[in-house]
Design a protein around this ligand. Structure first.
Ligand code: KMH
Ligand code: ZN
Length: 284
């Protein structure tokens, strides 16, 4: 594999604009229609994001989460048309989605997909990721030339990533990018201490890592990740408040703040070209 040529002094900013948990009725500024998602993607790219982590909603069914394949394909095409962002589809979906439907997401041929490395309590629910499912998703993503981003909600997920790498070798593209999702009720806490324990345990094959914190852990985890050499994920999937009593009005606000923080720490936002190189996504 060619050596990495991206600038190691820059920060990959991922935006996760929607998620599967917040109801549109409770938070109308959540982007749930294709038009809103594309507008969000454009503004977030301008603000410094290079990757978008996408969950879809069905406006015809109360903006509930959907894994409809036609809509997934349409969305990937629309985001590619409107932006240069790396398009990552969630294979996590919502806690209610069947595993088979989550696997089928790959058929929409995104640049990247999320791949959560284990089950985790998720508030009062369970986010289910049995090892055989992870293993199949890993293999099928490689067959389809989709770059996985390994989502780590807990320290045990780091151990399962080790098992995946041992059993299957490197993913498509040869790079191993992981994202710590901290602060989920039931997962690892959103503290610098927990994050750093996770970073210290990462397999040596990991070539880059990012982190996000749910809710009020959003900002401290971003600061800790930057200080420790990691990349950032922000967005309404993870956090709805910009500050006390100030709900986020647009995902671009969170991306702008992350970009400002990254610049302050002398690791400005990474370009979409460099993000493609970092992750070695296929040239679709
Ligand atoms: N919505 C969560 C149950 C992913 O996108 O891969 C799972 C999730 C992880 O958001
Ligand atoms: Zn997600």
């Amino acid at each position: 594999m060619a050596p990495a040529s991206h600038d190691p002094g820059t920060t990959l900013i991922t935006v996760a604009p929607t998620g599967a948990e917040t109801a549109k009725a409770d938070f109308p500024q959540l982007p749930t229609t294709l038009e809103e998602l594309v507008e969000t993607a454009r503004r977030c790219e301008q603000a410094g994001a290079a990757l978008i982590h996408v969950h879809l909603r069905d406006p015809g069914r109360g903006h509930r989460p959907t894994l409809d394949l036609g809509l997934l394909r349409e969305t990937v095409a629309a985001l590619r048309e409107a932006t240069d962002l790396v398009v990552q589809l969630s294979t996590g979906g919502s806690v209610h989605d069947p595993l088979e439907d989550r696997l089928r997401v790959l058929e929409a041929e995104p640049d990247s997909c999320s791949l959560t490395c284990g089950s985790v309590n998720f508030g009062d629910e369970v986010f289910l990721n049995p090892y055989p499912f992870m293993s199949r998703l890993y293999r099928e993503a490689r067959e389809r030339q989709v770059v996985p981003e390994f989502e780590l909600f807990d320290l045990g997920h780091v151990a399962s990533l080790r098992r995946l790498l041992d059993e299957h070798g490197l993913p498509y593209g040869g790079r191993v990018h992981v994202d710590f999702v901290t602060g989920v009720p039931g997962g690892m806490p959103g503290t610098p201490q927990a994050l750093l324990a996770g970073v210290a345990a990462l397999p040596e094959e990991v070539t880059s890592w990012s982190a996000t914190g749910i809710g009020r852990t959003h900002l401290p985890i971003a600061a800790a990740a930057l200080a420790a050499g990691g990349h950032l994920r922000v967005g309404m999937e993870d956090n709805l408040m910009l500050a006390r009593r100030r709900p986020v009005q647009h995902n671009a606000e969170l991306v702008s703040r992350a970009a400002e923080l990254a610049r302050l720490l002398q690791r400005p936002p990474m370009s979409t070209t460099d993000a493609r190189e970092l992750l070695q996504v296929a040239g679709r």
